[in-house]
Design a protein around this ligand. Structure first.
Ligand code: ADP
Length: 368
């Protein structure tokens, strides 16, 4: 069993920076959990506390059933892959992968078996006699992962392992690490600032901001039910449109209106109850770009449509990203590529209000 559990884990660096403000989390056995958030939100610090590379200021960390607060890193049965994977330049790929086991005095036969197995899993058997300088970036990254695999750890920890690779290779390695997880069936914790990486790889995602966990959920839950305005804006590309405005009307007939009055839409039936107590108050509406639909006949339906001048048209091939200026704010829509609206001309979009999200103005918590 290789469950990882964090109980009210805090990190206060010398000088007083509170990098992690009480993290509670259970990573289940065999689960792939991704920590994601903007730079400086405390992802690496949390991972490094699990690894034992950073002292825990308060709280407890468990790996399996063992409380590891005072267990040195080498005895935690974890293996870590870093962004700067620093292979030993003078050693062959074989030796780079074998070295950790040699230090631990594993029998030679066992080392050979594990290195060959890992090399086979990673498709680098033909590279075993080469030195790192004769490898491409992606191959080096595979060797770094191989070094972790041969340890057969209870838990794999990845700290932004792909951020030094170019975009295409990142996508390829992303898929390889997912496959590796399926094959090895081990617990993995993966840190990234890239929400696409998080969405595509994680069984569950931990979204962090300013040292605090904002939400822990599956990728689809995060996308469809963000807990607050930050998560709503962070997960999804292009990001969700978030517009401040007021709830008006009375129960059963509520509307949302932004400050300019350009966006004036009827709240869908299923959101009426939750928004009732916000009548006359400020809220944020959240509309994903795909929930702004191109109005084919360009006719306005009151309470459903928004008409605003086009700022930018970005053809993406299969679709178009359309940027409209709604009362001084830019909103983004994803529309079909079969026609190209003209810049500076007014354009009509229909809002799929069934899919709208709402967030309280001050707390920014989702209203449901
Ligand atoms: P992330 O991995 O999300 O980018 P980090 O965990 O590296 O964030 O950092 C979280 C916060 O802790 C940041 O404000 C960072 O400046 C601070 N921090 C990180 N390492 C140290 C350190 N060794 N000493 C002091 N502050 C640090």
């Amino acid at each position: 069993m290789a469950k990882v559990e964090l109980k009210s884990v805090k990190k206060i660096y010398p000088g007083g920076v509170e990098a992690v403000k009480g993290a509670n989390l259970v990573v289940n056995d065999k689960e792939f959990v991704v920590f994601v958030g903007p730079s400086g939100c405390g992802k690496s610090t949390t991972l490094r506390m699990i690894a034992g590379l950073e002292e825990i200021s308060d709280g407890e960390v468990f790996i399996g059933d063992t409380r590891v607060n005072d267990v040195p890193p080498k005895n935690r049965d974890i293996a870590m892959v870093f962004q700067n994977y620093a292979l030993y330049p003078h050693m062959t790929v074989y030796k780079n992968m074998a070295f950790g086991l040699m230090l631990r005095k594993y029998p030679k036969k066992e080392i050979e078996k594990r290195v060959r197995e890992a090399a086979q899993i990673l498709g680098i058997e033909h590279l075993l006699d080469r030195k790192p300088k004769a490898l491409s970036g992606g191959e080096r990254q595979r060797v770094a992962v191989g070094r972790a695999i041969v340890r057969q750890p209870k838990v794999f920890l990845f700290d932004e392992p792909l951020s030094n690779l170019d975009a295409k290779l990142r996508v390829q390695m992303r898929a390889e690490i997912s496959k590796l997880h399926t094959r090895l069936q081990s617990t993995m914790i993966y840190v990234t600032h890239d929400q696409v990486e998080a969405m595509t790889m994680g069984d569950r995602i931990v979204v962090m901001l300013g040292g605090s966990i904002q939400q822990i959920a599956t990728p689809l839950e995060l996308y469809n039910k963000p807990a607050n305005k930050f998560v709503a804006g962070f997960i999804g590309s292009p990001p969700m449109n978030l517009i401040e405005g007021t709830i008006n009307g009375s129960n059963g007939q509520l509307t949302f209106r932004d400050a300019s009055g350009v966006l004036n839409v009827n709240v869908a039936q299923q959101h009426q109850n939750a928004l009732q107590s916000y009548t006359g108050k400020k809220v944020f509406i959240g509309i994903r770009p795909e929930d702004l639909q191109d109005n084919i006949s360009q006719t306005i339906t009151p309470g459903k449509s928004v008409q605003a001048p086009v700022e930018v048209v970005e053809p993406m091939g299969s679709e178009i990203y359309l940027y409209l200026n709604v009362g001084g704010h830019t909103i983004t829509a994803r529309i079909h590529a079969d026609r190209e609206p003209e810049v500076n001309k007014p354009h009509v979009l229909d809002v799929n209000m069934d899919k709208a999200h709402y967030f309280a103005a001050v707390s920014e918590v989702a209203i449901r």
